[in-house]
Design a protein around this ligand. Structure first.
Ligand SMILES: Nc1ncnc2c1ncn2[C@@H]1O[C@H](COP(=O)(O)OP(=O)(O)OP(=O)(O)O)[C@@H](O)[C@H]1O
Length: 239
């Protein structure tokens, strides 16, 4: 069994005084893709934000590659090798595809060694971005923006990619391209934690999954057992 990349144990998180996550535990091992599933408002995004240090949280254990990240600021967690693609994508919509990638490359080069992902290798992975290098973010579809956001996250050469519902509101053809790119990344050894309500995406990409409901972990197991589990709950949108 491969080594753990992300180890979370006893994670709690709050917005103000409201506790949202309760004693969550999960693990992502090297080279595996893990799905975090659950109904709207279950706490999937909050779990990802808590790992990145973007919400108030406490944990018995919060380790990335064996290192305690529980008291590090978000930018340092990112620099250690976690690429985070939030639900709202955070690309510069006034800038073109090429400019968005350049900015990510510049800030990554300041932070660590030269990036492994050149513009050329990113365009091989996301061919549709190659065809729209001079297009501004504001003129791209949601799915295209999502891929640009993934490409930006890869520039810093992460070991773990955290993706918050990348397929939400995205056309099926773009979802297919996204799955193709994510499978290639996984095959290259990258670990992936993905929040997802689309069963087809989970099945095509992931090894294991965790089901979260009302801020608590309700089930975890092999991806092949998830469909049966999901029939018993409202964790999935129909697909
Ligand atoms: N900034 C915030 N302030 C206060 N409460 C919040 C905030 N963001 C989320 N919440 C609440 O936290 C709970 C978990 O939300 P979260 O976004 O983590 O769920 P989710 O599983 O990602 O849902 P979705 O699939 O709808 O994105 C919800 O009850 C939500 O209303």
């Amino acid at each position: 069994m491969s080594v753990p990349v992300l180890e979370v144990d006893g994670l709690n998180a709050w917005y103000g005084d409201a506790q949202i996550l309760f004693e969550l535990s999960l693990e992502v091992r090297k080279g595996e893709a893990v799905a975090l599933v659950g109904p709207n408002g279950a706490g999937k995004s909050t779990t990802m934000k808590a790992v990145m240090g973007l919400v108030r949280r406490s944990a018995r254990r919060l380790l990335f590659e064996g290192r305690d990240i529980s008291s590090l600021p978000t930018y340092r967690i990112a620099r250690l090798g976690i690429g985070y693609v939030p639900e709202d994508r955070r690309i510069f919509t006034d800038l073109t595809v090429a400019e968005n990638l350049d900015i990510a490359a510049r800030s990554s080069a300041e932070a660590r060694d030269a990036p492994v992902w050149s513009r050329e290798t990113l365009f091989e992975l996301f061919p549709n971005l190659a065809r729209m290098q001079d297009r501004r973010g504001s003129a791209m579809s949601g799915g295209e923006q999502q891929m640009l956001s993934m490409a930006r996250a890869l520039v810093s050469n992460p070991q773990l990619l955290i993706l918050d519902e990348p397929s939400e509101g995205v056309a099926p053809i773009i979802v297919e391209q996204m799955i193709h790119a994510l499978r290639a990344l996984k095959a290259s050894g990258l670990s992936i934690l993905i929040s997802e309500q689309n069963y087809a995406v989970c099945e095509a990409l992931c090894n294991r999954s965790y089901v979260i409901e009302q801020g608590e972990m309700r089930w975890n197991g092999e991806i092949g057992d998830l469909r049966q589990r999901s029939n018993q709950s409202s964790a999935f949108s129909s697909d």
